[in-house]
Design a binder for this molecule. Sequence first.
Ligand SMILES: [Cu+2]
Length: 143
Amino acid sequence: MKTFKSTKLIILLFAIVISACQSNTQSNEKTVTEPSVFFKNIQTGDVLTSPFLVEMGVEGMAVESAGMKNDLMGHHHIIINSDFIIDGDVVPADEKHIHFGAGQTDCQLDLVAGNYSLTLQFADGFHQSYGEKMSKTINVTVR
Ligand SMILES: [Cu+2]
């Protein structure tokens, strides 16, 4: 009876140690993962026919409508043939900078034939950029 009890205790201790290790590993992985944005369905080198679908992805932050400034939240922008926006600067609103302030995660782009750089830029509810780290640039051809 005594042996049975101690065996049970050892198994229990093992289980605690294993679960402690697992939760440690998981929380470490979470802190290491840097937030990022990415194009889900197109990549550099793609040859596209207008109009074409662009799917916008984000990791480590969440999409919300513009209007309020919340940590780790914001909305997508597509910048055509221009650079990412420096951290903290407001993303301009013009024909080169498209805002998705309603929280959209995809769009149809209708571009005349040519070579383009497309930059995905994440910014907060006041359209203030999260900087280069939250941008992704690809080069595509439209024909
Ligand atoms: Cu915006």
